[in-house]
Design a protein around this ligand. Sequence first.
Ligand code: AMP
Ligand code: MN
Ligand code: MN
Ligand code: MN
Length: 279
Amino acid sequence: MKPLNADLHCHSTVSDGLLAPAEVVRRAHANGVELLALTDHDELGGLDEAREAACELGLRFADGVEVSISWGDDQTVHIVGLGVDATNPDLREGLAQVRSGRDSRAERMAAELDKVGIHGAYAGAMRYVGNPALISRAHFARFIVEQGHARDVKSVFDHWLAKGKPGYVNHVWASLEDALRWIRGAGGIAVIAHPGRYRLSQAQREAFYAAFRDLGGEGIEVISGAHSADDTQEFARVARRYGLLASRASDFHGPGESWIDLGRLADLPEDLTPVWSRL
Ligand code: AMP
Ligand code: MN
Ligand code: MN
Ligand code: MN
């Protein structure tokens, strides 16, 4: 049987994507996606528009969100919630709380960037923001490229915005416990986003997977736009060892700015249970 073209992680202008929710849906459909989840950072505000557009096209759609959490020794990890009830009050309040720290963080980032000669970054990044409650490093990156300090968004992260670089500031996001409680409480399935992107030691990784599973986490992105073929093998093994469902996810942000386009992903290893068997 032909595997389903599912893409369960992407962004719109409601967080740091470049396309409006309905445009994301239309592009996914045009690319042959058969099941889509929109997973904006810490936000549910694009879901109504996306769901409606998907309905018009006859495209299967799941409500999603990508929650920013802090874990261990100041590590930022992202947890995707799939099939959440977007009207759930605890989830909504929890996400509002996570979002509320972003603006002061952005001001601290701008102050640090100012010290290294990148001036006016707060106002500059704001010009790229689609949702004032959701300013992200991606918006800063676009401004820094515009100013000619770097040739593309990726090199902005390498030079200024990644952990340890001059424009990076520590920030406390949600706890793993809270994120899982909100997602599960809203009837959703919690999935570890792009596990290949975290700089964790092997021991930290194992501790994280165990904590995630013990708190009711159920899935992991085995296929991710950010993963190499070796990563896929590694996270397939993690899914088997921890009994996790496997997800397939582009993490698309916009044309020309993402690792991979919507739905242009390898298939899951056949022995894994796809997370969409539960959606
Ligand atoms: P924030 O939630 O504000 O910390 O921003 C995180 C976002 O920055 C990610 O979701 C990506 O959109 C973007 N990002 C992080 N690292 C990179 C990178 N190395 N290259 C391009 N974009 C990145
Ligand atoms: Mn992003
Ligand atoms: Mn992420
Ligand atoms: Mn993402």
